[in-house]
Design a protein around this ligand. Structure first.
Ligand code: HEC
Length: 125
C-alpha cells in the first residue's frame, strides 16, 4: 500500500514538473528571455502584435485626427520602417512604462516583455 502511494506520488509529481518546466523557463528574466526574444520575428510576432494593439490609431490608413484618436501624424506602425523609426519610444511607452496602447485591448505583461525582447534583439524580420 505504502509503496503504491509513493509510486503514484512520484508519477503525479513527475508529470507536473515535466508539464510546468517550459513555463517556468519562460518566466525567468535574463539571458533565457533574451534568447527567446531573438527567436521572435517581425512577421511572426511584431506585425500581429501591432495589428492587435496599435494600428487602430497608429496606421497610415487613418488619415485624420479623429480616426487616429489623437495619435500623432506620421507615427504609424503599419510598415516595418515606421516601427524602426520609433523603436526607442515604443520600448519606453509600450514596454517599460506600459502607457501604450491607449484604451483596450491591452497586451498582457508577457506580450509586452516579448515586444521588449524583440526590440532589444534589433527588430529581426
Ligand atoms: C487609442 C489610440 C491609440 C492606440 C491603440 C495606441 N496609441 Fe500610441 N499614441 C496615441 C496618442 C493619442 C498619442 C499621443 C501622445 C499621448 O496622447 O500620449 C500616442 C503616442 C505614441 C507614441 C509617441 C510618438 C512620438 O513620437 O512622440 C508612441 C511611440 C506610441 N504612441 C506607441 C504606440 C504603440 C507601440 C501602440 C501599440 C502597442 C500604441 N501606441 C497604441 C494613441 C494610441
Amino acid at each position: 500500500m505504502k509503496t503504491r502511494q509513493i509510486v503514484w506520488t512520484a508519477v503525479v509529481l513527475g508529470g507536473f514538473l515535466l508539464h510546468a518546466e517550459p513555463g517556468r523557463v519562460r518566466a525567468q528574466p535574463g539571458p533565457a528571455r533574451a534568447l527567446e526574444g531573438c527567436g521572435l520575428t517581425y512577421a511572426g510576432f511584431a506585425k500581429p502584435f501591432v495589428e492587435s494593439y496599435c494600428l487602430r490609431c497608429h496606421s497610415s490608413a487613418n488619415r485624420n485626427f479623429f480616426t487616429r484618436r489623437g495619435a500623432p501624424k506620421g507615427v504609424d506602425f503599419d510598415a516595418y520602417a515606421g516601427i524602426c523609426e520609433k523603436s526607442a519610444k515604443i520600448k519606453r511607452l509600450a514596454v517599460l512604462e506600459a502607457k501604450m496602447p491607449k484604451g483596450k485591448p491591452k497586451p498582457t505583461r508577457e506580450e509586452r516583455e516579448r515586444l521588449g525582447a524583440w526590440l532589444d534583439c534589433g527588430l529581426p524580420r
